[in-house]
Write a new protein. Structure first.
Length: 81
C-alpha cells in the first residue's frame, strides 16, 4: 500500500508533468504562429522581387530598343567611302 509521502511525491510529479506539457504546447503554438507570419512575409517579399524584376526587364528592353535605334541612326549617316 502506498504511503502518504509516496502519494504526495507522485502527485507533485504529475502536476509538474502537466505544467510542463502545457508550457511546451503553448510554446509550440506560439512558434507555429510566428513561423506562419514569417512565411507570409517571405512570400510577399518574393512577390515584390518578382514585380521589380519584371519592371527592370521592361526598362532594359526599352533601353535595348533605344540603343538599337541609335546604332542604326549612327551607321546610316556615315558617308560611303
Amino acid at each position: 500500500m502506498p504511503t502518504a509521502d509516496l502519494l504526495t511525491i507522485l502527485g507533485s510529479m504529475l502536476a509538474i508533468g502537466v505544467a510542463l506539457a502545457g508550457l511546451i504546447l503553448a510554446t509550440q503554438r506560439s512558434m507555429r504562429a510566428e513561423i506562419g507570419e514569417l512565411r507570409r512575409e517571405v512570400r510577399e517579399d518574393i512577390q515584390n522581387l518578382h514585380n521589380e524584376i519584371s519592371s527592370l526587364r521592361e526598362r532594359m528592353a526599352k533601353l535595348e530598343g533605344l540603343l538599337e535605334g541609335l546604332r542604326e541612326a549612327i551607321t546610316a549617316r556615315q558617308p560611303a567611302a
